[in-house]
Structure formats: structure tokens, C-alpha cells
Design a protein around this ligand. Sequence first.
Ligand code: HEC
Length: 300
Amino acid sequence: MRLQEFQRLYFLRVFNCFPLCYVLYFLLFLALALGACTEQGKMGEQLKQVAEKTLSEQKFAQFDLEFLLGEEHDLEAVEVLVKYDHTLKHEQKYKAYPFSKVFASLLAQGDYDWIQASDPSKILITYKCVDGYNASTTLDVALSQESYIAFTDLNSETEAWTGRMASKMPPFYLVWEEVPYDDHSLLWPYGLSKLTLTPYEAAYASIMPKENLEGFKLYETHCLKCHSLNKIGGVMGPEFNYPRNILSYWEADNMWAFLNDPKSFRYNSKMPPITYLERAQFDEIVKYLRELDQMPRDPS
Ligand code: HEC
């Protein structure tokens, strides 16, 4: 074979086979890439499961505010003018620590990576008060705007707290600068002494409904801080599910009437009237409580 002929043949062969090679290479690449993707997808899924598992493991942090803020610290107190104090129902001025600063310094004191690494809407924060009021909300709500840990009433010139506040507010009172009077989504715990943080789902495992999530949310916002369920929640009012569900001995209509005007049932009732709920919302709460009655009771 002459060189020229050889070259031509060779060229043709290579040339002929090139597109095919490309197609094959391309297919191989595609297969590998696809494989890698699904592998990655699987790994992502596994990682997610691990993350969820870690989140639902019993994690818990408790901060004793009285102790921690009583010690030496470098947090600076500020003056806060509260436009409408939801407990006192008027404008009020306090000396207080900004909550975000306190919170950051608490987290800096220990190994709280699980709090920092979690979605704040999945972490439950509970304000524990000396009178047994345990108000909880998710961390995203607690940090949605600045709140203040108040320790002195600035309307008084002599004492830390004046009048009826003296027996109610200490050691701390959580306030917000500017929340409209009809916004009940934020908490104003007084007699505040401790904070606890725990993953939301683990904390509420035994009271999470399968169906009536809306009723649960409403109960969580408006009742749980005073009425525990399976011993979860506040203890200012009576427990509503353990050992017996409230609806097995209170009629829903009477509960509704009581809620709106407790003193029409008991002249000395300690429950503040709740008049801002609509009947339809209350009915959701009732549906949730009925579902809870069918669930296993696990008061841990
Ligand atoms: C700030 C605390 C507080 C909140 C919030 C609260 N309650 Fe109460 N509740 C009480 C207290 C305290 C009692 C104890 C009875 C009394 O003093 O009359 C009570 C009693 C009751 C009773 C009478 C039960 C019994 O057997 O004595 C019903 C019904 C009731 N609450 C329903 C509700 C519902 C429903 C909600 C939520 C929409 C709610 N309460 C929110 C504090 C609260």
C-alpha cells in the first residue's frame, strides 16, 4: 500500500468512526453523570434522614435567666418604651436587655451547635415563669422582632417595680416595643425565670395530631401556655387530657361560654376571658381535643 493510500484509508476509518466514538463516549458520560446524580440524590436523602433523626433525638437546653443575668456579664441594659403593654394595657417604660443579645450570649456559653444548625421554626422555645405559666413558641417567632427582658419599671423612681407589678413581674418580664393591641401572636411572660429550647417535634410528639393540625396550632397559641396536655405545657390552669380528656366531662358549648366569660361561672375564676377567638376557631380546637382523646396517652 502506498503511503498516500494508507493515509487516505486511515483518515477515512478514523473519520468514519469518530462520530460513533463521540456518541459512545457521550452515552458513557451521560450514564456516569446520571449514576452520580442518583447516588448524590440518595446520599442527600440519607443525609436528610440523619439530620431529621438528630433533630428528633432528645435535645434540650435550659437557661436560668435569674442566675445568668445575676452574674457578672457585659450585656448593656437599654431603655424601652413599650407603646402598648399587653399585660398592663397601656404605654410603659422599662429598663431591659435586648433579647437577641441575651440569646446570643447564652448560645456562646456552651455547645449549642444543634440550635444554630437547625431551622428556627423547628425549635421550640419555652419561657418558664415562677407561677407555673409555661409559654412556648417557635424560635423564628421569638426572634421575628426584637423583644426585651425587662427588669425595672422606669415609671417609678424608687423601686424596681411599682404597685401590683412588684408581686407579678420579677425576676423578669418579656416585652415588645410595638405590637398592636389586637395582635395575640407574641408572648408577654412575666415572672420569667428560665428559657428552654428543644426540637419542636420531639417536644410535642405525644400531642401532635394526624388530622386536626389547625386546631392544634390554635390550642398551642391560645391555651397550651396555661392548660397542659399529657403534662406538656403550662400549669396555671388545669390539665385537659391526662388522665381524662376535658370533653369527656365538659360540654363544648359550656367551654365556649366559660372561655368568653369565666367569671359568669365562678366569681373568683383565675382565667382571663378570651374573647378574640371566633366560634369556628374554637370548634377547630374542639376537633383537635377529640382527636387527642383517641390517641394513646403518653405523659412522660
Ligand atoms: C393565662 C392562662 C390561661 C389561658 C391562656 C387559658 N386558660 Fe383556661 N383556665 C385558666 C385557669 C387558671 C383556669 C382555672 C379555673 C378558674 O380559675 O376558674 C382555667 C379554666 C378553664 C376551663 C374550666 C375547666 C375546669 O375544669 O375548671 C376551661 C373550659 C378553660 N379554662 C378553657 C380554656 C381554653 C379553651 C383556652 C384556650 C383558648 C384557655 N382556657 C386558655 C387559665 C387559662
